[in-house]
Write a protein that binds this ligand. Structure first.
Ligand SMILES: Nc1ncnc2c1ncn2[C@@H]1O[C@H](COP(=O)(O)OP(=O)(O)O)[C@@H](O)[C@H]1O
Ligand SMILES: [Mg+2]
Length: 425
């Protein structure tokens, strides 16, 4: 089949790598893709932007793919899947209504409350004065969240009333994230260990990927500003088969039923960000797509061909499907430009990509690179995702850092403690 993949990051490189080696993939078109994707067999990068709905529709009319897979959330929240479905195109990724699970935290919380999905207690507010009175009447530890998309920057864990009130003002009155802060969710602060559980679904049936954990903060020890993710690993030692069953029964099943009651048939990847406390999962948030570093860690562990499963999810035929996965561990370390997530320099030569890739069980995914006269250059804040498999987490960590050491560019920045929680166990 002809597959079109939308997006341009490391997540999309991992997906493209997975699809391009599928015997069912005749041709892979990536819009816009990236230079790392462009060198994959069977793969062509198509000009345009995944965020520009009109350009996507134009390319789809020209290229006539049998399946479109949407990587990032923004076009889904903007209604890209609806437009493609209207045009008779098979698409993996929820409609605008389903994408509200990520596009509106208040919507996600309401649906969780309604269907008894374990999550932090919460209230949502469209009025700053009402949010402030609530906080003053209920002193405690709260997390204040912008309702809408805020690129991972709209969540404020607060230590007391004054911090929480300040967060409300910043989001609702100063509009630090624009309309995303028109509404806020104020929720109970949860203790525990975080893990991600990603499922593939056709709206009724669920295939769960293994658990993973990521590192959002820029600096070692989980300090510094939030980023798009500095690394991830899988499996997550905090999660076992019993937890997977709980998540299936307590989260994915009731969620899909609640969506179907609203007339939403959710077809796509569905990401549950969980807080695990004494073996019990509570949902922190849903994302309507794969996580970026998580995907780069997860996909190398898959033994099944992902493409037929993705096609089955997109066509509502996922019943009975299974995903075989290697018991080996996987670790992804993100190499960033110095300064990321703030301003950084671009155009710096990268060396050692070939020797890193030649290491056993090692995968180098591109996120921000450029190729000029045969030379690889940096072209973004997130430059590469370096993944390695190993028999256990310590072995995978060692292998990933061996590959990291083989790659050089001026300002190469990365965390040296990826998987520290798993290593401590
Ligand atoms: N109720 C909560 N209790 C404790 N920490 C939380 C809570 N909600 C979110 N967090 C922390 O904030 C991070 C970001 O929140 P999340 O809801 O995932 O939003 P987003 O990914 O959109 O920024 C989480 O990964 C978690 O570390
Ligand atoms: Mg999150």
């Amino acid at each position: 089949m002809r597959v079109m993949l939308l997006g341009s990051g490391g997540r999309e490189h991992a997906l493209a790598w997975c699809f391009s080696k599928s015997p069912q993939c005749e041709r892979l078109l990536c819009l816009p893709g990236n230079p790392g994707i462009a060198v994959l067999e069977n793969c062509t990068c198509v000009e345009g932007s995944a965020e520009d709905l009109e350009s996507v529709l134009r390319s789809v009319r020209e290229q006539r793919p049998d399946l479109v897979v949407v990587g990032p959330e923004a076009p889904l929240v903007a209604g890209l899947a609806d437009r493609l479905l209207d045009a008779g195109v098979t698409v993996l990724g929820p409609t605008r209504a389903g994408a509200q699970l990520e596009g509106s935290k208040a919507f996600a919380k309401e649906i969780m409350r309604e269907s008894g999905i374990p999550t932090a207690a919460f209230e949502s507010f469209a009025d700053a004065a009402a949010a402030r009175s609530f906080l003053q009447a209920h002193p405690g530890r709260w997390v204040v969240k912008a309702d809408g998309l805020a690129a991972g920057k709209g969540v404020f864990p607060c230590d007391g009333v004054s911090e929480a009130v300040a967060a409300v003002s910043r989001l609702m009155e100063e509009r630090a994230f624009g309309v995303a802060g028109a509404r806020v969710v104020i929720e109970e602060y949860l203790e525990g260990e975080e893990a991600s559980c990603i499922a593939l679904t056709d709206g009724s049936h669920v295939v769960m990927l293994p658990f993973s954990q990521d590192h959002k903060r820029a600096l070692d020890g989980d300090r510094g500003p939030n980023t798009g993710g500095m690394g991830a690993y899988s499996p997550a030692p905090v999660a076992d088969e019993a937890l997977a069953q709980l998540v299936r029964q307590q989260v994915f099943s009731p969620l899909l039923s609640a969506l179907r009651r609203r007339g939403i048939e959710y077809r796509g990847f569905l990401y549950a960000g969980l807080m695990i406390t004494q073996g019990a999962p509570r949902v922190l948030e849903f994302n309507v797509r794969l996580g970026d570093p998580e995907t780069q860690a997860l996909l190398p562990r898959l033994e099944s061909d992902l493409l037929p499963l993705v096609y089955a999810a997109a066509t509502g035929t996922l019943a009975g499907a299974n995903l075989a996965c290697s018991p080996r561990a996987s670790v992804c370390v993100v190499l960033a430009s110095r300064g990321y997530p703030g301003p950084y320099e671009k155009g710096l030569p990268i060396t050692g990509l070939q020797s890193a890739q030649a290491l056993p069980d090692t995968f180098v995914f591109h996120a921000g690179t450029r190729r000029e006269r045969g030379q690889w250059l940096t072209a973004g804040g997130r430059v590469l995702g370096v993944t390695a498999l190993g028999d256990d987490i310590p072995a995978a960590v060692a292998a990933a850092y061996r590959a990291v050491a083989a790659i050089e560019f001026s300002g190469k920045t990365y965390r040296r403690d990826i998987a520290h929680r798993a290593l401590r166990r």
